[in-house]
Design a protein around this ligand. Sequence first.
Ligand SMILES: [Zn+2]
Length: 396
Amino acid sequence: MSWQGIFGCDEIALQFARANRRKRLGGSFLFVGPNGVGKRTFAFALAKTLLCRRHFPKRGDAALLDGWTDASQTADSQEFDRDAELLRFQPCGECESCRQFELRRDVDEALIPTHPDFHYVCKPPERSLLPLELLVGDKDNRMRAGLCFELNQTAYMGGRKIAVIDDADFFNQEGANALLKTLEEPPANSLIILIGTSATKQLPTIRSRCQTFRFQPLATDAITQILLERGRVETPEEADSVARRSRGSLVEAEKALDRPFVGFQQELLRELAKERLHAVDFAARLTEFVEEAGKEAPPRRRRLQATLATALEFYRGLVAALDATSRGAQPVRDASVVGPYLRAALELGRWNVESAIRCAERTLDALEQIDRNANLPYIVEAWLVELAAETRRLGR
Ligand SMILES: [Zn+2]
């Protein structure tokens, strides 16, 4: 089954359900995994469930638990099988807490819960790090505002308090230090959930104080289903084709839905698979395509990133195929969008592993420059000039 309709998170939900029923739930958690696999959706659904009075009853909640087997009645004597456990770990939808829990769109169009005992912070798009004031208040209100302060207040509804910190990859030392005490000893009946992309990107002081849960890329079928349900595609075939290019991430799937990009991707791969790459002409074409994304920098950057990611996939595929051939093995047939172009490039018989590796490295450098906010037309030109130089040396 999919716990609360969220794909691929049943095992994690099960651990929370059991720990909560046995009253052994910790207070500090770290969720890690690629972007777009459902970590935040899961954290929000978990928050609603754990805030629900049925899963954290107060005195006088007997009526609410009528016909409901509470942990205090079953103790450890009764165990539930997997599905039964997941089925009972749902918000009741009726209690005071459930009625207050609502998803509302914020300024960036993201759906964020509103609930008096739920607190959420994330990195604002224009900032490169998580601002300290979101955690401990600004200079004038240090420790008198912010998420850590809120978490230390008495719960408004007398139950739990839950905080979610998104973008935990972007803590600076100061922010991390401000959080350490709260992570080490979360206030009574409170939970703090950090969300990041990988455990290694977290400061060791933070990592060591949290229980870590790893979220895996979504199955292709799950992405196909979500795209169809959300009406993001017209046909099941299109959903399937996008899902295959998504690497299990809805964020990647959205990129693949950029239809002009899908067309351009073919143009790019044709150019990369050619005997000679024409740097000047293609730089002009790529810059034009990037600028068509809009006047703002972020969509332009995203387009160039997507382009470079495709190129990287091409060169990495080339390295793998050439390496296999050099060992006398049959290269694995690449079923992705780069597959046919890889075969075309290999048929030329000019490529060698070293050149393909260098092209992949140049592409990685260009991706890094985007992160450092370098000038996009400059990145495009420098990147293509280096690739062209590499293709000129081929087969000599
Ligand atoms: Zn409820």
